[in-house]
Write a protein that binds this ligand. Sequence first.
Ligand SMILES: Cc1cc2nc3c(=O)[nH]c(=O)nc-3n(C[C@H](O)[C@H](O)[C@H](O)COP(=O)(O)OP(=O)(O)OC[C@H]3O[C@@H](n4cnc5c(N)ncnc54)[C@H](O)[C@@H]3O)c2cc1C
Length: 460
Amino acid sequence: MEKLGRFEKEFDYELLTDKEKLEKYARDETPGDYYFLPDAAFLPTETDSISRLLEIDNDAKIPIIPRGGGTSRTAGPLAVNGGIVLSTEKMNEIIDFDEKNCILEVGPGVITEEINKFLEKYGFFFPPDPSSVDSCFIGGNVATNAGGARCLLYGLTRDYVRGIEVILPDGSKEFLGGRLKKDATGYSLLNLLIGSEGTLGIITRILLEVVNLPPYSATLVAPFKKLEDAALSSFNILSSGITPSAFEIIDEDAVKVAITNLDKKIPMAEEGTLLIAELLEDSKGELEKKFEIIGNKFLESNASDVFVAEENHQQEKIWDFRRNITEALDLFGTIIPEDVSIPRANIPEFIPEIKKLEKEFNTRVFTFGHIGDGNLHVNILKNEEWKDNGDKIINELFKKLNTFGGKISGEHGIGFTKKKYLKYSRTEKEIKLMKNIKSEFDPLNILNPGKIFDIEEKNA
Ligand SMILES: Cc1cc2nc3c(=O)[nH]c(=O)nc-3n(C[C@H](O)[C@H](O)[C@H](O)COP(=O)(O)OP(=O)(O)OC[C@H]3O[C@@H](n4cnc5c(N)ncnc54)[C@H](O)[C@@H]3O)c2cc1C
C-alpha cells in the first residue's frame, strides 16, 4: 500500500485499511469457502479520484477490483490476488430523468430496486429485475449484463443501457454511447464493456432507457406433478403467441426447501413443481383474456389447479417467494449454483439428465429459474464426497449441456469460480481473442485480474 503513497488528499474518497472494516469486502454471495481479504477498500464519491488512483497504480501495479452490491454468485468482486476493492457504494445518486428521451442517468452505486421506486411516480419502469434487486447495484448489473424474470418479454440489462462513462485501466475517462436509440458507428465498445465483469473498465455513470409501466397486471401459479410437464406447458403457451412478462419454474424439491426454510407461503405451494407467469397489459380486457387462455393451457398440460393473483399484495407475495428461493437453498446446505442457458425446446430432454446426476453422484440437485428464457439455475448440493466428485459432477453437467447446445452461464457470468469451465462454452480461438482484448485495454492486468480467464505473465 505504501506504493500508493503519492495518492493526493485533494479528492473526496475513503480508503479503508482496517482489517475489521475490510471484512465486508472479503466475501460476496458465492456459496462456499470464497473468502479473500483485500489489502484496502477504496470508496470514491466521484470519478476523478478513480482516474487518479488508476494513473498512480500504473506504477504500483496493485490489483483494483470494482465492486457493486457484492451479490455475485461467481466470486466476481473478490480480491483473489489481493489488492484494492473499489466499492461504488457512495456513487449512488439518481442524477437526472430526461422524460423526453426516456433516459434515466444514474451513478453505478444505486440499488437496482431504487430505480423503479423513483420511476413509479412518472409511470415508467426499468424492466430488468434480478432476484437480488433489493441489494445489487445498477453498476454491477451492467458489468454482468444481469437478467431477471421480466427479461422474457423485455430483454436483458444490455437492452436498456444507452451510454456509460467508464474509467479505463490507464486512468483515462471515456463516454461510450449516448442518449441515442441507434448507433451504427463502428464496433460497439459500449456492448463490449457491458458484461465485462469489471475486467476492462470501471463504470462510473450510466444512461438507462426506461419504458412505460403497463397499468394492469396479474400473476398465475400452477402446480404440476412432473417438471417436464410444467416446462412443456410453458413452451406451448409461448409458441401459441402469448408471451408473459415473466415465466418461472421451481421444482418440487426446491419448493419444499423454501417452505421449510423461509417463513413464506404462497397458494398451492405444497402441490408440486410450480410454474409462475406474470402478465403486464395495457387494458384489463386484454389481461383477462390472456389469463383465461394461459389458465386453460396449464390445465390441458396436467396442472392440478391454477391460482390467479390480481391484487398487488398477492402478486408481491408470490414474487417474494420466488426471489427468495436462492436464500432458502443457501440455508439448506452449501450449494454450487450453476446457471445454464439452453435452447428451451431441449429442456424436456435435459431435465432427466440432471436427475441422473443426482443418482450417479449421490447428491441432491434443485432446479428453478427462468424457464421462458431457457435459463435454469441448477443447484447442486455439496455432499460429503464433494472433494473427490465435485469437479466430476460439474464437468458431467457441462458435457451434457453441450450436447443440448447450451452455455454454462446465462446470467451470473464466469467470475472466478467458473473460469476453468469456460472451455465448455467458448472455443480456443474465442478465448484467445478475449484475452487479446483484455491485454489491449489493460496491458498491466491490474483491473480485476484472475476473473473470466487467467492472463499468462509475459516472459514467465
Ligand atoms: C439471491 C440472488 C439472486 C440473484 N438473481 C439474479 C438474477 O435473477 N439475474 C442475474 O443476472 N443475476 C442474479 N444474481 C447474481 C447477481 O445479483 C448479479 O450478477 C448482479 O448483477 C451483481 O450486481 P452487484 O452490484 O451485486 O455486483 P457485484 O457482485 O459487486 O459485482 C459483480 C461483477 O461486476 C463487477 N462490477 C461491479 N460494479 C462495477 C462497476 N461499477 N464497474 C465495473 N465493474 C463492476 C465486479 O467486479 C464483478 O466482477 C443473483 C444473486 C443473488 C445472491
